[in-house]
Design a protein around this ligand. Sequence first.
Ligand SMILES: [Zn+2]
Length: 309
Amino acid sequence: MPASPPSPAGGPPAEAPPPVAPSLPEGRSSAILRSPLFRAVAVIGGGIFVLAGSGLEASLASARVTPGAPAAAAPRCGPGSLPDDDICVHIPRDDEDGPAALARENAHRERSGAWRTYEQIPRRPERPENYDLYRFPVPPGMTGGRYVISGYDLDQPDQWQRRGARLRAIGHGGVDIPEVRGTPIHMVPLEHQQSDAEVVYAGPLFGTTVVLKSTLREAGAMRDYLILFGHLDAIAPGIAPGQHVPEGALVGNVGDTGSPELVHLHLEIRRVRDGVDAAAAIRTSGPGMVLADWVTIVCDPRNVLPLAR
Ligand SMILES: [Zn+2]
């Protein structure tokens, strides 16, 4: 890496003298300094300092980058994290951790002609729009490493939501991932998940369906989400209400139950309303409670799916 050009000898500084650079631990400074995120936030000695303007960044870069040090490729890090050599370090934010997106109202016209309003949780703007940047419980089933053939559209105006003569539902509250019949579905923990997910339902709903409950840390509080895996060919052995499902565990296999000849995984994520015990509601009132307005709010899955690395 070329050295910074020296200042003109004896000449006046081109800019106001830079503030004194705070010290960074050696070894992690270069990766952090290369990050565009550094312009806004630097993690220094365990504290978080917000830096304004690019002058300090430039002075830090010239002061701290070790000449001759190999320029390791900084990883692309998601929101709330910074590159540190080849890994991403999460920035703890007690009050803002987790999805914490607000529910919004939308509406559409039912096929009966009735106008229906409903709540849904749209994608937070800082979450990538491209589905292929996320981790899913199955491999990409389309050419080019693509996953999703039909995405979440409940944040769209009525006329842009999914339509089709064969579809009973209007609008799509999940993502459809085409796959080969029998493809194993493995648990992917949601972001900010605090412990293993738990099975709350396994049986008919969207075809053969498994529903897991995952507790996330969200805005400093714990909130439950339901993860719905629909149209399964088979439910994995041991997947039954009350069972815990660690990362990587087999949930079931992709199929077309309830969706004849369209072999795909319908993956839907719903936030459980505060104070509601979704598992108890499902036990006492049946699997329809997964979708009941008073139990859950449908959510853009990109708010909580982990980003691919
Ligand atoms: Zn679907």
